[in-house]
Design a protein. Sequence first.
Length: 332
Amino acid sequence: MFTTKPFGGPSAMSWGLALLLTAAAGQAVADGEVRVTPLGSHDGEFCSRDRALIFEDPDGTRILYDAGRTVAGPDDDRLGDIHGVLVSHMHGDHVGDQRIARTNAGTCAAPDTSVSTLPQSNTVDIAVKKQAKIITGSEMPAFFAAKLSEQGGDAANSQLVRFGAERTLGGVAITTVPAVHSNGVSPGFLSGPLAEYLKAAGVGASVGPPTGYVLTFSNGLVVYLSGDTGITAEQQLVVNGHYGAELVVMNIGDTYTTGPKEAAYVINDLVQPRAVIASHANEAATHDGKLQTGTRTAMFRDLVKVPVHVPLSGRTMAFDGEGQCTEGCDGS
């Protein structure tokens, strides 16, 4: 048993005032929405090479995730200010070994990404022009530091955050989590004898394990970015159990990553978020902005028990602190 002082006494008044102030502070933190804008190859569609997403915190911090091949370089007028760039792993379709020259070139199934960005990468080109920080795990920071220097940028803008650690950018807390995939650097990103040796051997240079990310925004929203991954125990023990992710960006492309059935298991049974954004489908998932039947994305949507949002290029979605979409999710 415990007792309290009569209501109205000095201690009770102080305690009540503290509760009111705490609640007000909590409401201030919870206010605002996180805005998520896909940057795909074709306006208003979800296409085969689409990976890139911009996350904007209520405080204005803007983070680009996996620029890949569908951002038209650092001068793409869809980018705006970029403060941070995240790279899940070094495969060309995520770091950007080539890119589009403009949107809507080629088809949704086979976009024209013929502009080479080697040996730097679309990621590095964007980070240098925007003076943004590249935040990665494993052994990737040293690689990006060297690339930034080669391009005339600041090597210190390549920053490390490893599993279980945390780095903040504006109002966003960032950490990496394990992913099950590969993470070799193609010889095309390298120069000198090493590049030739690796190319001749048919292998790439390892920069440690690939990662996913967990982002905690200033409105309280926790987002899991899966990167390219299979099913992992950490999705339940860490992403759900420790971080409590409410919104997930989930790869569903099959063969190279989880397929739609496996990805649905991750969402329904392991992470159990409030909502999910489909990603990395490796298909022309939509036509005229409508999800096509018979696609992997449609199968994933039908199997998942929470709302599935389709990332239509250029269409901004807004999420509150609990992972509920409040705007722009007509493609769900």
